[in-house]
Design a protein around this ligand. Structure first.
Ligand SMILES: [Fe+2]
Length: 427
């Protein structure tokens, strides 16, 4: 009897690969010998999403995927479609056993290099500690990606935000991103309004459009204030995997990362919740003030990295804006209402933006498109994306080469352009 009966809500994600490609034959025999009574039913999908490629740095990458049933799994990867290597998120020698999302991090990669991969998923049942069954693996299709790095004259990116689990809007964004064929996709916060169960995340984030939207185009999660609400939210990192920090001082900063893609350096920051930590609404669940402070220390070091410092273009992203044209804008550190800007973060991060030449901050949160030109005392521009309603959703996208970085903001409903801006290389 399949471990997955009753879970097969969606079609199988990817094809069951023929045995013999790369390490597949070895892995299949390894798995089948581990459970004599395991049966593979290719018509039953163990997976509930295509792979989500994330955290693509110069030397590593993570792949997560949603499950239809309790399972174990791994990623097979290599520099050719023959694959040949295996990555598993083992902990202290024990391979994963998950019910909703599974992931594997590939390490030891080289910058600006193309890699191929596929996922392998085995349904797995524990009856007792010793009586357990594993199915034959189901494989995804083989996908490819390129690691981050300074080489390359051109890069492109797209940014969607504040989708608040509005599927038509999410699908509209992803349709346009596919047309643009952007190299990178940032999802700038408030992906969902709350996180009370994994099914919500599977439907809205892992598999919103029944397409492999982030199997080859890295998905870069920028946390929003809503992305920490609900009893399940602490498990979100199983789907939206965290960046690995090399410096032990910053191990807890899972969603901060600076990376270079061709001529552009991107810096991702997390503004946290939209009210002060001591606000009664948080019922002692908020500790964002020291978290933002730690990010300031991290940012100072990240912006010193040679590949970031030397980038022709430097873009920062965070969810809550750091600037408002309204001098009475809610600064996010008072009891009244909620933040329009994250003023405490601005005070810590802003001087670093100025010192290191951040040219553009891409923010969200206001559900209303806006663009603020740089000024003498704020030499970085700020763009804010739209909201969750399909007619008010704006996709921000950019293309950079050695001469210019061109930024466009357009409505997803009719592709009407709200604005186009051009930036010159800063170095
Ligand atoms: Fe928000």
């Amino acid at each position: 009897m399949s471990n997955c009966q009753g879970f097969n809500r969606r079609a199988f994600f990817g094809s069951v690969a023929a045995a013999g490609i790369g390490g597949a034959a070895l892995l299949a025999s390894e798995s089948s010998s581990s459970a004599e009574d395991a049966k593979n039913e290719p018509s039953k999908s163990f997976t509930a999403s295509f792979p989500l490629l994330q955290n693509v740095s110069e030397t590593s990458a993570s792949i997560a995927w949603a499950l239809n049933c309790p399972a174990t799994g791994w990623v097979e990867w290599g520099t050719t479609p023959a694959l040949g290597k295996i990555a598993r998120n083992s902990e202290f020698g024990l391979n994963p056993f998950e019910t909703d999302f599974i992931s594997a991090r590939i390490n030891g990669l080289a910058p600006n290099t193309k890699y191929y991969y596929r996922t392998a998923t085995c349904s797995f049942t524990y009856k007792t500690a010793y009586d357990k069954t594993a199915s034959e693996p189901q494989y995804s299709d083989i996908y490819s990606f390129e690691t981050s790095g300074s080489k390359g004259d051109e890069t492109s990116f797209a940014v969607m935000n504040d989708t608040h689990n509005t599927l038509p809007t999410i699908r509209g964004h992803l349709k346009r991103v596919k047309e643009l064929n952007s190299d990178l996709l940032f999802w700038n916060g408030d992906l969902c309004s709350d996180y009370m169960n994994p099914e919500h995340v599977k439907e809205n984030i892992a598999n919103p459009n029944d397409e492999p939207y982030a199997a080859e185009r890295p998905l870069i999660f920028v946390p929003g204030n809503h992305d920490r609400r609900g009893k399940w939210v602490r498990n979100l990192k199983n789907c939206l995997t965290t960046w690995r920090q090399d410096d032990p001082a910053f191990y807890e900063l899972g969603y901060n990362y600076a990376f270079r893609k061709g001529p552009v350096a991107f810096v991702v920051l997390d503004t946290g919740e939209d009210k002060p930590d001591w606000h009664p609404a948080w019922t002692q669940m908020a500790n964002y003030e020291p978290y933002r402070e730690l990010q300031a220390a991290w940012l100072a070091k990240a912006l010193e990295r040679p590949e970031i410092k030397s980038a022709p273009y430097l873009i920062a992203l965070c969810h809550i804006p750091l600037y408002s044209p309204n001098p009475k804008a809610n600064p996010g550190n008072i009891l009244d209402q909620f933040a329009t800007i994250q003023w405490p973060a601005r005070q810590m991060w802003g001087p670093l933006f100025e010192k290191y030449g951040v040219q553009l901050l891409i923010a969200a949160h206001l559900h209303s498109f806006g663009y603020s030109e740089p000024t003498a005392d704020r030499p970085w521009a700020q763009i804010v994306g739209g909201g969750p309603a399909y007619d008010n959703a704006f996709l921000i996208h950019g293309k950079a080469n050695k001469d210019n970085l061109t930024l466009v903001c357009e409505k997803i409903s009719d592709q009407k352009v709200a604005g186009t801006w051009t930036y010159k290389p800063r170095v």
